[in-house]
Structure formats: C-alpha cells, structure tokens
Write a protein that binds this ligand. Structure first.
Ligand code: SAH
Length: 473
C-alpha cells in the first residue's frame, strides 16, 4: 500500500485552501460538508467562492500565499494554477508536518483525496493511489449505481439499535450473525422502502425473539423493462438479488433472468398466445402460497407491471391475504421501443398526445374506441397488435385517418434482435406479413414515424441489415 486510508475529523478546525478558482471552490465545498472552518487564501475569488464568502461560510485572505498562513491550520489544500505557489505550499506544510494536498500533483502531496460515494454516515472512498484518478472515478460511479440512496438511513437505524443489540447478546459472534441477517433481510428492505416505523418495530420484535425463524414473506412486483438489461432500474436489480424465488413471464429476456440471484428458484408463468401456461387465477394464488411459506417472491414482468401487465390484479389478491408487497416500475415497451427506434412519441410539430392501446384480436375483431384513436396530431402505440394489424389499419382508415399515415412495427425493440419495418396504414400489413417477424412486436402509428430515418441511432449487432422500408403507398 502506498497510502493509508483514513477518515479524518476536521469539524470546527482550521483548514486552508490556497487558490480562488473552480477547483479550489470544489475542495472548499467538500471541506465545508465535513464542517471544517475553511480559510481561503487568494488575491481573487471566483463567483462560487464569493457566494460562499457572502453567505459567511468561509474566511478570506485576499493575499498571495505566505507560510505564515499555515499557523493553527490542521490541513492544507493547494489548488492554484501556479506551480511555484503549489510547491511553496507543499514545502512549507511539510516542514510544519501539516498534511498537504496539491491538486493533480501527487508528488507534492502528503495525502491524496479519494473519489467518494457519500451516503452519510456511510462513506466509501476509492483511490488509485494517484495513479489513475479517472479509473477511480469510474469505479466510484459504478458503486453509486449499486448502493441505494437510502443506505445512509439504514446505517442510522443500525446505530440506534447498536447498543441494545450489544446488551442483548453477550457473545460477539451471535451479535454479528444477528446484524448479518437483518442488514440483508426484511429489516433493511423496509428501511430502503421508506417503511420506517415498520422497520423499527420489526427489529425491536426480532430482538425480543418474538419473530419466528421464518420471516414474513413478501412479493416484489417488478417491471423488467422491454428486454435490454441496461434498462432495468437500480431497485429492480437490488430486489433481483434478494429473491428466494422468481415467477417470470415470457417477455422477460434470458439476459435479464440471468441477473437474478443464482440460488433463487425459477418458475415460468409465461403466457403465449392462445396458450396460457398458468391461468391468471393460479398465478395470483401461487404468489400468495409462496409468500405464505416465508419466501421473498420476485414477480418479474416485462415492461411496466401496471401497463397491460395485469400487475394490479396480482397485488389485489395479495392485499386480500395481507401479504406485503412492493411495486417497481419498469420502462414500458412504448417508451423503450420508441426510444431505441428513434421515434419520439410526441413532437411539437406532429403529435401533442400519445395513446397506448392493446390490439388484442378477439373473434377477428378488436374492441377499441376508433373515433378516439383516429384523431389528428396523436401518436397511437399498439401493444399485442401483430395478429390484428390488418384489422387495425383498416379501422383507422375507415374512421378518418389517411391511408398514407406513417406506421411502424418494431420487433423485439431495445434488444440485439430489434427490427423495424416502416410503412403506412395502407402498406404496413403486407410489409409485415412478408417480413416474418418474431414477437414481441409493437406498432406505432402517427406522423412522428416520419422522424425515424433522421433520428435512428441504435444498431443491433445481430441485425445490422435493419429492414426499414420508407413510407409509400
Ligand atoms: N407490461 C408490458 C406490456 C405487456 S403486453 C410493458 O409495459 O411493456 C405485451 C406486449 O408488449 C407485446 O405483445 C408487445 O406488443 C409489447 N412489447 C413488450 N416488449 C416489447 C419489445 N421489446 N419490443 C416490442 N414490443 C414489446
């Protein structure tokens, strides 16, 4: 190790920053966050530092640096763009054994500043020992994404119970097991979900031994987005790591399923057209049964669970049985697929509204409010519409949309198998029939489709020869 990582208490202590520019301002902010008394030495201050001065947050010495400025200072940071000044600060501080940091100059530093993830009181510091600060920052960004915002609260809760837990268990080993169990289990989930009172009660009860070894089960109704794993939410990712069992749909891509905790058992509840593997009624009951066994059940659904996902029906049954649940929204096919197809769903010139409908075909017809759909300046997104496409296009035309109205069908949007067919209400059914698409597919009708050639950006690797036909009639 080239450096010893430490966290230093600088509360109400004099810390000196030499320099009055943007970099100095950033360091000042950091020192103020740690409640230091900050003295800035610089003939001039930039706008941000001036604001700090006006708010009474810092002391300003409008002078060039002089070693006397180091009197009564416990830490100094040099952030000037003048090498000689930085060198002087470094040498003077080292003589007085005051820790010194010279920004972007490890040779002149006695301490270096890490990249930090701040979930106060939880702090994570990452350093490359000054060798590749960019790499350290990238790693920090990665950590930011996997450590939920609310972790700081979790630490505070644990702190509140720390003494009580210590009293309760005479053996340190037992204490550690207790914390390991609860910081990864329902208690931490409750805190992260903002159920603060429930979390407190839960931990208090757990401590009194009132809770059985089997914790109460819970259902996580999670939207997995349109297929590309990059489009999962952080919350979805975290609950995917917590689950004991996952009940998933056909729309959940293998790439996403692979990211669920390895030990979780997997139950397929997919529905293929005309082939209901598990009827909805039994899915609801299955979730209830698994949760009653004390399991953390991940109900993973394509897109968003509340958009054509029957998520509402599933949690209704859970409430009937008093089973706790959480709902995690996902990127719905309309927004995910449209974005990856370069088709904005609204646009000031072409569409002021956007409507999502299901084009499910029943007895060769589709039960939709056609006059509402066939309106100008509106984008229509049709889920589950591939079988009914000819009926859809014909109905929209007979309710007043021109047959030249641009329309697109997108196969497996956002994934490496994405394929886009562009046509008009008149041509799209034939173009689609000829293209032999594999589900799922989404249909977008409206003037906005015209923007696709200009705004297209996503190139699936497996499908470089994207078949896009220009609108024609
Ligand atoms: N809850 C889901 C929708 C479920 S209905 C959501 O919010 O997205 C299933 C329909 O969604 C499919 O028939 C198809 O029309 C659409 N769909 C879902 N993912 C898709 C994708 N990656 N590409 C194209 N269409 C998709």
């Amino acid at each position: 190790m080239d450096f010893l990582p430490i966290f230093i208490n600088i509360k109400n202590q004099n810390c000196l920053v030499v320099g009055g520019g943007e970099v100095a301002a950033r360091k000042v902010t950091l020192l103020l966050q740690a409640n230091a008394h900050v003295i800035v030495v610089s003939p001039e201050l930039d706008e941000k530092l001036n604001a700090q001065l006006n708010q009474g947050n810092i002391t300003h010495r409008a002078e060039y640096f002089h070693p006397e400025h180091l009197a009564n200072v416990i830490l100094v940071i040099a952030a000037t763009n003048d090498r000689a000044t930085n060198q002087l600060v470094s040498e003077s501080a080292k003589i007085l054994r005051i820790p010194v940091n010279v920004v972007d100059n490890p040779d002149l530093c006695s301490f270096i500043m890490p990249s930090i993830v701040d979930r106060s009181p939880l702090l994570i510091a990452v350093s490359s020992s000054g060798k590749s600060p960019v790499l350290a920052r990238l790693l920090r960004a990665h950590l930011e994404t996997i450590i939920p915002e609310a972790y700081g609260r979790l630490v505070n809760y644990a702190a509140q119970f720390r003494e009580q837990v210590k009293q309760h268990f005479s053996h340190p080993q037992k204490r550690r097991l207790f914390w390991e169990k609860h910081l990864q289990g329902s208690f931490s989930e409750m805190v992260l979900a903002g159920k603060d009172q429930a979390a407190k009660n839960y931990l208090a009860n757990a401590l009194q031994g009132e809770i059985d070894d089997i914790p109460p089960g819970e259902v996580y109704l999670v939207g997995a987005g349109p297929g590309n794993p990059d489009l999962l939410t952080f919350r979805a990712m975290r609950l995917m790591q917590q689950a004991d069992v996952v009940v998933y749909d056909r729309l959940v891509s293998p790439a996403i399923l692979n990211m669920v905790r390895r030990d979780a058992s997997r139950i397929y509840a997919g529905k293929e057209r005309n082939k209901h593997t598990i009827p909805q009624e039994s899915i609801n009951n299955l979730l209830v049964r698994l949760a009653k066994e004390g399991k953390r059940v991940l109900r993973l659904k394509g897109g968003d669970p509340f958009i054509f996902g029957r998520g509402g029906e599933e949690i209704e049954t859970l409430t009937d049985h008093h089973i706790p649940f959480q709902v995690v929204p996902g990127i719905t096919a309309a927004s995910g697929v449209a974005a990856y197809a370069g088709i904005p769903l609204t646009h000031r010139d072409y569409a002021q509204s956007c409507i999502f409908v299901t084009g499910h075909l029943k007895n060769d017809s589709i039960n939709l409010d056609w006059p509402t759909l066939a309106r100008p300046q509106q984008t229509i997104v049709i889920y589950m519409g591939s079988l009914g496409l000819p009926v859809l296009c014909q109905q929209l035309i007979s309710h007043g949309l021109p047959d030249t109205m641009p329309a697109a069908i997108i196969q497996q949007g956002t994934t490496q198998k994405q394929k886009i067919i562009i046509g008009s209400l008149k041509t799209l059914p034939d173009l689609t029939a000829a293209a032999n698409l594999t589900p799922p597919t989404l249909i977008i009708v409206g003037e906005v489709v015209k923007l696709h050639p200009k705004l297209t950006w996503f190139q699936p690797i497996e499908n470089t020869s994207q078949s896009s036909t220009s609108p024609s009639n």
